[in-house]
Design a protein around this ligand. Structure first.
Ligand SMILES: [Zn+2]
Ligand SMILES: [Zn+2]
Length: 111
């Protein structure tokens, strides 16, 4: 369970480390050999989500499964830079969702 917001974690099969993520606040955890979870520090909010291109130059913030505004990840093109709420084309719904997630983060790096 996520120590930040209490949502259950999802395992993401990535090469090497066993990584788990939280869909409630986008915390990332590494599972250690003894079974305990080590939460990674949150990065700055503009280095948390990859950008994905939508219609008419709109950029969505994308997680492992979908954009923050609910579009399936397979339906968008993931770009090679981070999504930032400050960009002119940033999706308004993604911005609202991102604000909600960032508000759950503990007071450390990343706001
Ligand atoms: Zn969480
Ligand atoms: Zn969006």
């Amino acid at each position: 369970m996520c120590e930040v917001c209490g949502t259950s974690l999802n395992r993401r099969d990535l090469a090497g480390d066993e990584v788990w993520n939280c869909d409630g606040c986008d915390a990332l955890y590494l599972r250690k050999a003894d079974g305990t979870f080590l939460r990674r520090p949150f990065p700055p909010a503009d280095q948390r989500w990859a950008a994905a291109s939508g219609e008419a130059g709109v950029e969505h913030a994308v997680t492992y499964t979908a954009t923050l505004c609910g579009i399936d990840r397979d339906a968008v093109i993931v770009l090679r830079h981070y999504w930032s709420a400050a960009r002119p084309g940033a999706c308004a719904e993604c911005r609202t969702a991102a604000d909600g997630r960032v508000a759950r983060w503990p007071a450390e790096t990343g706001r």
